[in-house]
Design a protein around this ligand. Structure first.
Ligand code: T5A
Length: 230
């Protein structure tokens, strides 16, 4: 059913909310750039954003969470800060954009908390269900693109990108990149479990394939799902 919001006497159809998910270095930012270009070509007004982030408060929370020295030490405390940032992001950016009929494309959302702080970090599912009900409510994504990749490959890509961004400098891995391989394997399983539980919302793509072929696959599914002209 299409959610509608009244603006004056006219009713504007709610925009679509698309999230990208997956482990470290799977290619989300790369694929979001491809999708954004295709949406522009199709005339779809949209906003690209990210989590943690998207508002001044959430960007500050991001700095804290990704700094391995000052991040909260338990997954539970991290989850609360991710949800505080998410609440602000939803109120200030995501919901207002959707209510104007604009689409929102977000790099990570609640499935990341399920995988990182839940499946890999040990926070109970029921706790995250409660956070979802309180913070997200009806604003769940219409479509989630899960990029699935062997964590060894993803971490190698993330390391290469970090080295290329500051040649010659030592750049420390962030809070989550620096964890053991076993943590990253639990993450991957957590994301795939989420896809099994929500097969209509979450589409899984093989992120090992060539960047352009993957972009074509994603666009074809988005166009099909939302009746866009390819
Ligand atoms: N987090 C986040 C939580 O723990 N809980 C939460 O609730 C949320 C929301 C965010 C961190 O916070 C954690 C998860 C994360 O650890 P981040 O900097 O946003 O930190 O990190 P990532 O989301 O992991 O983003 P990355 O930038 O590391 O990875 P991307 O965006 O998935 O990958 P991308 O596109 O930058 O590509 C990586 C490299 O691979 C190449 C690219 O050119 C690039 O160099 N590449 C490919 N190479 C070969 N084949 C392809 N198909 C390729 N696609 C891209």
């Amino acid at each position: 059913m299409t959610e509608t919001f009244s603006i004056g006497s006219a009713a504007t159809a709610r925009g679509k909310f698309i999230t990208f998910e997956g482990g470290e270095g799977v290619g989300k930012s790369t694929q979001i750039a491809h999708l954004s270009r295709r949406l522009d070509e199709a005339g779809v007004t949209h906003r690209v954003t990210r989590e943690p982030g998207g508002t001044p408060f959430a960007e500050e929370a991001r700095k804290i969470l990704l700094d391995p020295i000052i991040t909260p030490k338990t997954s539970f405390a991290q989850a609360m800060l991710f949800y505080a940032a998410r609440s602000d992001h939803l109120d200030q950016l995501i919901r207002p954009e959707l209510s104007r009929g604009h689409w929102v494309v977000c790099d990570r959302f609640a499935d990341s908390t399920r995988a990182y702080q839940g499946a890999a970090g040990g926070v109970q599912w029921e706790v995250l269900d409660t956070f979802d009900a309180l913070v997200i409510g009806a604003t769940m994504p219409d479509l989630t693109i899960l990029l699935d990749l062997d964590p060894k490959v993803g971490l190698a890509r993330a390391n290469e990108r970090r080295a290329a961004s500051s040649p010659g400098a030592f750049l420390r891995a962030d809070t989550f990149e620096g964890r053991q391989l076993e943590f990253h394997q639990r993450l991957r399983d957590g994301f795939l479990e989420g896809a099994r539980v929500h097969p209509h919302r979450v589409l899984v793509f093989d992120a090992f394939q060539n960047e352009i072929a993957l972009a074509e696959q994603i666009w074809s599914q988005v166009a099909l799902r939302f009746n866009l002209t390819k």
